[in-house]
Ligand binder design. Structure first.
Ligand code: ZN
Length: 120
């Protein structure tokens, strides 16, 4: 049984990668904001309003994805410390190791995750 330690190591590596992506997408967004600010077009400040440039959407999407992944990874690391790692937060059953290998920061078992998937 090498369970928790292996997961912790993988999560730590993933955390560094995700943190790097958060930082680089934040920097890219910031330079885009800077460019836009110099154009002085206030019309596109409402995120739900007029569509922003494709570049902005792409970077914002990357940034959000990286941030949410980082949050999930940090939460998983906390669960390892708390000794609750690998237990589904919704139904309390163990998450299969197979799933944790594919998705080390999974906080729900497959059944619960599928049920809580956003419908589009
Ligand atoms: Zn579950």
């Amino acid at each position: 049984m090498d369970g928790a330690d292996t997961h912790a190591e993988r999560l730590e590596a993933l955390r560094l990668l995700a943190a790097g992506r958060v930082a680089s997408s934040a920097a890219a967004l910031e330079s885009l904001v800077h460019d836009r600010a110099s154009l002085n077009d206030d019309d596109e400040h409402d995120p739900d309003g007029a569509p922003l440039s494709a570049e902005w959407s792409r970077l914002a999407g990357q940034s959000d994805a990286a941030k949410s992944e980082l949050r999930q990874i940090e939460a998983a690391l906390l669960r390892i410390e708390a000794g609750t790692y690998g237990v589904c937060v919704t139904c309390g059953r163990r998450i299969p190791d197979q799933r944790l290998r594919v998705r080390p920061f999974a906080e729900q078992c497959v059944a619960c995750a599928e049920r809580s998937l956003p419908r589009r």
